[in-house]
Design a protein around this ligand. Structure first.
Ligand code: NAP
Length: 312
């Protein structure tokens, strides 16, 4: 199998831990396997500094390094990795048809959807105005530009905590602003936050308006208990309020739940026989790299069984 082929037994869409694990199992299971991973394969873990809870590493592992190892492993098993996205799918009959960003068409006996999730925005008009001009959804990508500046991170989960800790490498001060009086982030990350002298946690505040001229100069927050407005003079605001599943191209093709997650059965099957889903795109509860990897394994094993059944 090479990149010239246009038909594969199993095509996996997405290049996080679920996608790469699915490709590893599909190829190792004897199927012709391809993975479409986008221009920068790796998924959300590319934006994670240190992973401490992925088994097999005694010390912290950098997200990008872990993903590169998974890519190399999938390639070594014989999976063909395409560095482009799938932009449209026809799942109405098999073999399933997929159109890539290049415009080229591919077909597959079985498809595994592992497109993960994308960072959410608050949805304030002023937020949209300053995206790329001080408002960012990716601390790992943009933190460098805020050397010596005061910045804020909005959110209270693991992502917000990790972003705040990462930003202390560059910023002179980091405000972590959360809408409640208790963080959602895991205990260990909370301990790290409290031990970081540059971080100030601001509880019970929600952003009301991002303000500035050409670039962001400050954010007005409202105290949800008193209604008082507190302004933080920050030139950087990092939004870390969770993720939404990346299912736009599958809407109307497989069943989605009310939040846009792909609905799967106990065997990772979607509403279309032969189409499976794995990882954060269907995981409404755990959203952990190791869980995603496990579900990618399950999806690939089910896809291999499905292909056997179809052959009979
Ligand atoms: P999350 O756990 O869903 O947390 C989102 C945070 O944003 C919550 O604190 C939430 O507040 C807040 N929020 C949501 N909507 C908001 C809004 N409109 N305005 C203000 N605040 C808002 O998302 P996440 O932090 O991205 O984590 C997702 C999953 O990935 C989790 O399972 C997490 O454990 C995992 N993860 C793990 C690691 C790691 O292990 N190193 C790193 C990153 C993420 P409430 O608390 O009030 O709901």
């Amino acid at each position: 199998m090479t990149e010239q082929n246009t038909h594969f037994d199993i095509i996996t869409i997405g290049s996080g831990p679920a996608g790469f694990t699915a490709a590893i199992y599909a190829a190792r299971g004897g199927a012709s396997a391809a993975l479409f991973g986008g221009v920068a394969p790796g998924g959300q873990l590319l934006q994670t500094m240190e992973i401490e809870n992925y088994p097999g590493f005694a010390g912290p592992v950098v997200g990008a390094d872990l993903m590169q190892s998974m890519l190399n492993q999938a390639s070594r098993m014989g999976a063909i990795i395409f560095r482009e996205n799938i932009t449209a799918v026809d799942l109405s009959r098999g073999p399933f048809a997929l159109i890539a960003g290049s415009g080229k068409s591919y077909t597959a006996g079985s498809v595994i959807i592992a497109t993960g999730a994308q960072a959410r925005w608050l949805g304030l008009p002023s937020e949209q105005k300053y995206i790329g001009k001080g408002v960012s959804g990716c601390a790992t990508c943009d933190g460098f530009f805020f050397r010596g500046r005061e910045v804020c991170v909005i959110g209270g989960g693991d992502s917000a905590a990790e972003d705040a800790l990462f930003l202390t490498k560059f910023a002179s001060k980091v405000y972590l602003v959360h809408r409640r009086d208790a963080l959602r982030a895991t205990f260990r990350l909370q301990e790290k936050l409290r031990a970081a002298p540059k971080i100030e946690i601001v509880y019970d505040h929600v952003p009301e308006e991002f303000t500035g001229e050409a670039r962001l100069t400050g954010v007005n927050f409202r105290n949800v208990r008193t209604g008082a407005v507190r302004r933080l003079e920050t030139t950087g605001a990092f939004i870390a309020i969770g993720h939404t599943p990346a299912t736009k191209i599958f809407d109307g093709k497989v069943n989605l739940d009310g939040s846009g997650y792909i609905v799967t059965d106990a065997r990772m099957g979607t509403s279309v026989p032969g189409v499976f889903a794995a990882g954060d795109v269907m995981d409404t509860r755990y959203k952990q790299a190791v869980v995603a990897a496990g579900s990618g394994c399950r999806a690939a094993m089910e896809a291999l069984l499905y292909l056997e059944e179809v052959k009979k």
